[in-house]
Design a binder for this molecule. Structure first.
Ligand SMILES: Nc1ncnc2c1ncn2[C@@H]1O[C@H](COP(=O)(O)OP(=O)(O)OP(=O)(O)O)[C@@H](O)[C@H]1O
Ligand SMILES: [Mg+2]
Length: 280
């Protein structure tokens, strides 16, 4: 059970003066129960790729399959794919539309014809998971704070119990605690079998959380593999479109002064090693 992307190309506004080649020959596999991060600079095609994974955009060429069904297999197939693959938009304002939080939460499950009683229970559970108080149910989504809108945009997708969750910059707008809680929740859902695609600018986050990382630059794949192998590459030579995370720059600098410190992304581990080195 997986999402498979093969030789995906996408052109916005083909044949017009606005024609833009956003993706050029991208390949990716997302298995259920794994966390895949997609990183790259602004304009590298991350959101365009994300929108292909739930058939919101269809390939100009190449293919995207969800559990072996191509996203181009017709309206019925696309509907089933949208149930399986929940997409959380980069900007909550582009996703939220209902008059109340209750309606926002019920929209997806009603569309998939979940019974009303189940919708009520799932709404309560999904809001609890995202730390949204039930008192918000009658409020307008647009009156919520930035962080609450972000949480609602995730809860309103999770409530339909997708098999894959595609999140486009989900930690933007969350404070440090909110970010930590969300990452912990996602890790738990991945353990329970959810496939997660996490689009992010934050390489350090990708290196610490993901099972696999895809790096895009100008719509092309410059790397696809495990965090360990990306780290090895980064330490050997620059990877186009990526900068070394500051903590690794620091470790590199300390090693060049003769300190024997392992490459780590964990600041506590770094502090412990440094203390031992200074004492010895
Ligand atoms: N609706 C659109 N019409 C025309 N061109 C678009 C459209 N959306 C994106 N593009 C172009 O496609 C390319 C990829 O854009 P995309 O939004 O996928 O990048 P991104 O990696 O998500 O960027 P960011 O990190 O800023 O969110 C860019 O050149 C962008 O200008
Ligand atoms: Mg984007």
């Amino acid at each position: 059970m997986s999402i498979r992307v093969e030789s995906l190309c996408y052109v916005y506004h083909p044949g017009t003066p606005l024609e833009t080649q956003a993706l050029s020959g991208v390949d990716l596999i997302v298995e259920r129960g794994t966390w895949v991060a997609v990183v790259g600079q602004t304009g590298s095609g991350k959101s365009t790729l994300a929108q292909h994974l739930n058939a919101l955009l269809l390939p100009s060429s190449g293919r995207v399959e969800v559990d072996e069904v191509p996203t181009t297999a017709g309206a019925l197939a696309a509907r089933e794919i949208r149930r399986k693959v929940g997409l959380v938009f980069q900007y909550p304002e582009h996703q939220l539309f209902a008059e109340t939080v209750r309606e926002e939460m019920a929209f997806g499950p009603r569309n998939w014809e979940f019974p009303e009683e189940e919708i009520k229970n799932s709404t309560r559970k999904a809001m609890d998971l995202l730390g949204l108080p039930q008192e918000l149910l009658d409020r307008s989504p647009f009156e919520l704070s930035g962080g609450q809108k972000r949480r609602l945009s995730i809860a309103s997708v999770l409530v339909s119990r997708p098999d894959y969750l595609v999140l486009d910059e989900p930690t933007a707008g969350l404070d440090a605690q909110g970010r930590k809680e969300l990452l912990y929740l996602l890790k738990r859902l991945v353990k329970e079998g959810l496939g997660v695609v996490h689009v992010t600018h934050d390489l350090e986050l990708a290196l610490t959380m993901a099972d696999r990382i895809l790096v895009l630059e100008k719509g092309k794949t410059v790397f696809c593999g495990t965090p360990g192998s990306l780290l090895d590459e980064l330490l050997e030579r620059p990877v186009r479109g990526l900068c070394l995370p500051p903590i690794l720059e620091l470790v590199s600098g300390l090693r060049s002064y003769g300190y024997s410190i392992p490459y780590t992304l964990d600041s506590e581990e770094l502090a412990d090693c440094l203390e031992r080195e200074i004492r010895s």
